[in-house]
Design a protein around this ligand. Structure first.
Ligand code: FE2
Length: 258
């Protein structure tokens, strides 16, 4: 089974790139299942039901989230309407939506880290508890969108789940890392997949705004940048009978270059 994981989609440029490239990659690379992180898909912050449905229509079997999940307030109500959209499993009790879903016999979980991020419940414990809860009913093929800032925490989760998940794929930093590998017990890992968003930017945001903010520390409205768009993803090949990953490789493209 070939699974595509697509990094954080940033605003309209990111959504347009998904619309252009995802159906094409699915066909060309014979992808069976695709997961797209949508937490920055609405104007660079948060997600709406319409945008989630658009990502789904363009080939995302599951849309995952992160720390920006509630930036668009209406999504607090709308997430429950979307069977294919999940939010981090380790948000405090009382948050709407759910942190995991089984679609096409694939378990997809979303979790957020706690290092250099807003407080959240223990993600390690939350995932252990989920696996215990699902027990023998858990599908063999299991993917975690691990939305975290610190590479140390991201690598640690890979080791924590080695042999228990098919893939632990990083999101959130928007910067792709060069460390995809299959860990010894069969878990594919990458610290960060990257993003689908404007390349000549700072993490998708207009570079002049961010440079100025670093220099004078004054608040500014963030605007999604223009120009060529980078599409960062990973392709994971999984043995469906065991749930073990055979390989993980980066699939990165740039579109709209002069
Ligand atoms: Fe994030």
């Amino acid at each position: 089974m070939r699974i595509l994981f697509v990094g954080d989609v940033v605003g309209r440029p990111g959504r347009n790139a998904v619309a252009t490239l995802l159906p094409k990659i699915r066909a060309e690379r014979e992808i069976d299942f695709a997961i797209v992180n949508g937490e920055n898909a609405a104007g660079g912050a948060g997600l709406t039901a319409d945008i989630a449905r658009e990502l789904n229509a363009n080939g995302a079997d599951v849309v995952t989230n992160g720390n920006h999940v509630w930036d668009q307030r209406q999504f607090l109500n709308d997430i429950e309407l979307l069977a294919f959209a999940i939010r981090p499993i380790n948000l405090a009790p009382g948050n709407p939506g759910r942190g995991w879903v089984v679609i096409k016999d694939v378990l997809v979980v979303n979790a957020i880290g706690r290092t250099f991020m807003a407080p959240a419940d223990d993600p390690f414990r939350a995932i252990d508890a989920l696996l215990e809860q699902l027990g023998r009913d858990a599908p063999r093929v299991r993917v975690l969108d691990w939305h975290a800032e610190a590479t140390s925490e991201k690598v640690a989760m890979g080791w924590h789940l080695d042999g228990r998940f098919s893939a632990v794929v990083g999101s959130h930093t928007h910067v792709p890392t060069a460390d995809p590998r299959v860990l010894p017990q069969g878990t594919a890992h990458v610290s960060d997949t990257g993003m689908v968003g404007p390349r000549d930017s700072v993490l998708g945001v207009d570079k002049d705004i961010i440079v100025a903010r670093f220099r004078d520390g004054m608040p500014r409205r963030f605007e999604v940048a223009g120009g060529p768009v980078q599409f960062n993803s990973v392709v994971i090949d999984v043995d469906e009978s065991t749930g073990r990953a055979r390989s993980i490789e980066r699939l990165d493209q740039v579109i709209g270059e002069e």
